[in-house]
Write a protein that binds this ligand. Structure first.
Ligand code: GLN
Length: 391
């Protein structure tokens, strides 16, 4: 849809990085309009996982994650609406952070689901992640959802001291559907955090089971509204053979959008339509509030939560393309965090037969420092993040 479109201005995050002297190496491949978990929905070609070229790098920011894992670049940016920074970070064994909703300006980001989208870094370790966060965070008058919170120096919290830290392990994230090898790697990582001085407590987030359904009503609803702007007039593609404005719009959208994008537009348009709005969209918004409150109450007891990032290690290219529900389940551990608007970090936590496993560290609103500190402490006593794929 955006073929030959040249953006007339930079995103705020790009301007901020340029101000720091960053050198732009390129734009990375991704799922079309950030819809997907494998980069197979790219309008161009699938990206391969550097750890095993027959497998996916995750998605939607699969190119961003693969380019960091393959040492093509020092760091990259991604956007995360339901897991698109953290899940590819986990599958490619790099560090990825989804900041708190409002922490980083989205001015210049192509909107997918406006109440969920955030931009964040994909890096080789937590220290680099903190450095990139220093550069891109902060209020921007051109994004009304960015928050005028003071931005700390995210590197200042990187001490290896975990004494007194209380970590919760939500039992709903360790159930059927999580691969046993993922489970055991995360259990080992939790023991490591305990050795470092953290206290571990099992907690419960019972509404987690509704998160996937809530996400797949809210995200497509917002997407159907956001994607209405691609009308063949304002951006990129415009179908040439149309005889009227309406035919042009219809044909442009028919040929310009891929099948997953069309599926989301149909789901969202249905959920928002008169007669269904209350039953789907409004209901989903109410459950969203319950999910957010549940996180609030758990965070009265603990400083952060530990879960797997992805329920599986990287899967084969083509394995899930015919089964959208299986593909959607790839984000079952990450999307509750976007629904709640809170920050979460994914860091390498081991390998199963050479395939990466990622650990997710979830924090309170605007407590990126806490989760970076935990991730950094873990990276001081483990070597997973230093392993390189053979290329
Ligand atoms: N995989 C999820 C989806 O397809 C999340 C995508 C994202 O975070 N951009 O919607």
């Amino acid at each position: 849809m955006l073929e030959k479109f040249i953006p007339p201005y930079n995103a705020t995050v790009v301007d901020k990085l340029n101000d720091c002297g960053a050198v732009m190496i390129g734009k990375a491949n991704m799922d079309e309009f950030a819809m997907g978990s494998s980069t197979e929905n790219s309008a161009f070609f699938p990206t391969h996982n550097p750890w095993d070229l027959s497998r996916v790098p995750g998605g939607s920011s699969g190119g961003s994650a693969a380019s960091v894992a393959a040492d093509e670049t020092i760091y990259s940016l991604g956007s995360d609406t339901g897991g698109s920074i953290r899940q590819p970070a986990a599958l490619c064994s790099v560090t990825g952070l989804k900041p708190t909703y409002g922490r980083v300006s989205r001015f210049g980001l192509v909107a997918f689901a406006s109440s969920l989208d955030q931009i964040g870094p994909l890096t080789k370790d937590v220290t680099d992640c903190a450095l990139v966060m220093n550069a891109i965070s902060g209020y921007d008058e051109r994004d009304s959802t960015s928050v005028p919170e003071p931005v700390p120096d995210f590197t200042a919290c990187l001490t290896a001291d975990m004494k007194g830290m209380k970590l919760g392990v939500p039992k709903e994230y360790f159930v059927e559907g999580i691969q046993p090898e993922v489970n055991s790697a995360i259990q080992a990582a939790i023991s490591k955090l305990e050795e470092l001085g953290a206290s571990i407590e099992e907690v419960s987030l019972p509404h987690t089971r509704y998160a996937l359904a809530v996400y797949y009503i809210i995200a497509p609803s917002e997407a159907s509204a956001n994607l209405a702007r691609y009308d063949g007039v304002k951006y990129g593609l415009s179908h040439e053979k149309a005889t009227s404005m309406w035919e042009n719009m219809e044909k442009t959208r028919q040929y310009g959008f891929g099948s997953e994008v069309k599926r989301r537009i149909m789901l969202g348009t249905y959920a928002l339509s008169a007669g269904y709005y209350d039953a789907y969209y409004l209901k989903a918004q109410k459950v969203r509030t319950l999910i957010r409150r549940e996180f609030d109450s758990v965070f009265e007891k603990v400083d952060a939560l530990i879960t797997p990032t992805s329920p599986t290690v990287p899967f084969k290219i083509g394995e899930k393309t015919d089964d959208p529900l299986q593909m959607y389940l790839s984000d079952v551990c990450t999307l509750p965090i976007n629904i709640a608007g809170i920050p979460a970090l994914s860091i390498p936590a081991g390998f199963s037969e050479g395939l990466p496993v990622g650990m997710q560290i979830i924090g309170k609103p605007f407590a990126e420092e806490t989760i970076l500190k935990i991730g950094h402490a873990y990276q001081q006593v483990t070597e997973w993040h230093k392993e390189k794929p053979e290329l």
